[in-house]
Design a protein around this ligand. Sequence first.
Ligand code: DP6
Length: 374
Amino acid sequence: EIHKASTYAPVNIAVIKYWGKRDTKLNLPTNSSLSVTLSQDDLRTHTTATCSSSYQHDSLTLNGSDQDISGARTQACLRELRALRQEVEAQDSNAPKLSELPLKIVSENNFPTAAGLASSAAGFAALVRAIANLYQLPATPTVLSRIARQGSGSACRSLFGGYVGWQQGELDDGSDSVAYEVAPASHWPDMRALVLVASAEKKDVSSTAGMQQTVASSALFQYRAEHVVPKRMKAMEKAIHDRNFEAFAVLTTKDSNNFHATCLDTDPPIFYMNDTSRAAVRMCEAINKAAGRAICAYTFDAGPNAVVYYLADDEARVAGTFKSVLGGVTGWKSDIKTSDALEGMEHVGDMLKKGISRVISTRVGDGPRKTDEH
Ligand code: DP6
């Protein structure tokens, strides 16, 4: 007999960044963070978890290739999920002893894993959600976020849809370091995101290693964690509750730049943004200047790809401007001929054209979705 459950999990892109750990084993952060969950119609991990006495051992494949399941992060997730299943089995003597059976986990990303998109976040969220479904755990998304965090910090935020916070927590065991819903996608559904893929290469410093170097050497980072982020978290939650895009945009861009400044302040310095990234920054600034207010906001994770947030009403002015510059990039056709924002921006346009290999146009979306056939 084979027991089975499948799920999708979404990608999330932070607007207040997680950077720095106070506990590297449990992935406990030095500051809280906040993200927007992106639509699973466009970007997602699909994971099927099965368990059976006919399997020899636990296994995990990603996009068809075998993955090492013995890593401490994956093992922590499996151990916690099995412990919760044992509680179910202890309470109900009729419940099959699934916790004792080997697991087979099969994951597929519908986007290139190497593209530097938040694949570990969607990946661990999908793994945890799929096994929780398989085990029929009564666990809430909050409890599952605590487990997924141990796989990858940012994964805890992909258990929820919409606008999601991750409170850093204070306890040593991490039980209060969990994700929470700031607002569902339906609260502010017209949020759009443009992912400008500037590199499909693997990042040169992994976020785990980069964070440790920053924590160890940057005084600017200490200041960010203690003084900058706590205020921004409050302001960002208010901007979202009020659906105030200008406030959202200013906080998002400032926080991305502040995070990358701490990377530069790291010894040795870490450079995630490149010339293409900076051209995307310039283009956003030009679009906002032409509009006379902030109608788009850029943010960069631990790599050169830009994510540009904007509202549906400004589709033509934001996405349209990028489209007219990037006309020719896969699947993208220019639908506007001129834009005020493009005046004097030929050099920036050329840089973008040269450096951007792919564009993904998406929006705010919901949390993990069951995909079982029945
Ligand atoms: C820059 O969640 O990938 O994207 O906990 O070591 O797995 P680990 O790190 P990870 O770091 C993400 C960092 C970031 C900012 C963010 O997503 O908040």
